[in-house]
Design a binder for this molecule. Structure first.
Ligand SMILES: N=c1c2ncn([C@@H]3O[C@H](COP(=O)(O)OP(=O)(O)OP(=O)(O)O)[C@@H](O)[C@H]3O)c2ncn1[C@@H]1O[C@H](COP(=O)(O)O)[C@@H](O)[C@H]1O
Length: 107
């Protein structure tokens, strides 16, 4: 497996393609349709992911999860947010739950 983070690479490509020609780029076409349409695509991909999981179809789940993550990255970029914002929130929660565990131990 490569050392480069594929999510970070994809995020950078998405940012670049948002300004590309819609005739040659799916991301540019999504960008032209606007945030509400992109959010709707995230919803559709989430439903397809859930269906694949319930059916126990691991190959379909892998593909749908990739579609979901891709469209979520486009939605974040369209909203002026990045993976770093999400990482920051996850790290903040880790800190909060760590503090909660520490508090519970001292009670
Ligand atoms: N990772 C992806 C990726 N995952 C899914 N998709 C597209 O997402 C779409 C989802 O399929 P659907 O049938 O649900 O949607 P659709 O019928 O094509 O479109 P709608 O009319 O429903 O909006 C397909 O067209 C897929 O090609 C992706 N399109 C692009 N990328 C990557 O994004 C980068 C930029 O791509 P371009 O913008 O095309 O240069 C490249 O690195 C690509 O590999």
């Amino acid at each position: 497996m490569s050392d480069t983070d594929p999510l970070a690479t994809l995020e950078a490509v998405i940012r670049e393609r948002m300004g590309a020609d819609p005739d040659s780029s799916y991301v540019a076409r999504l960008h032209a349709k606007g945030r509400a349409k992109i959010a709707q695509k995230v919803g559709e991909e989430a439903v397809e992911t859930v269906i694949a999981a319930i059916e126990g179809d691991r190959a379909a789940l892998t593909g749908e999860a990739a579609d979901l993550i891709f469209h979520l990255l486009v939605l974040l970029a369209e909203s002026g947010l990045s993976l770093d914002d999400v990482r920051g929130e996850l790290i903040r929660r880790e800190g909060v739950s760590g503090l909660e565990e520490k508090a519970a131990r001292t009670r």
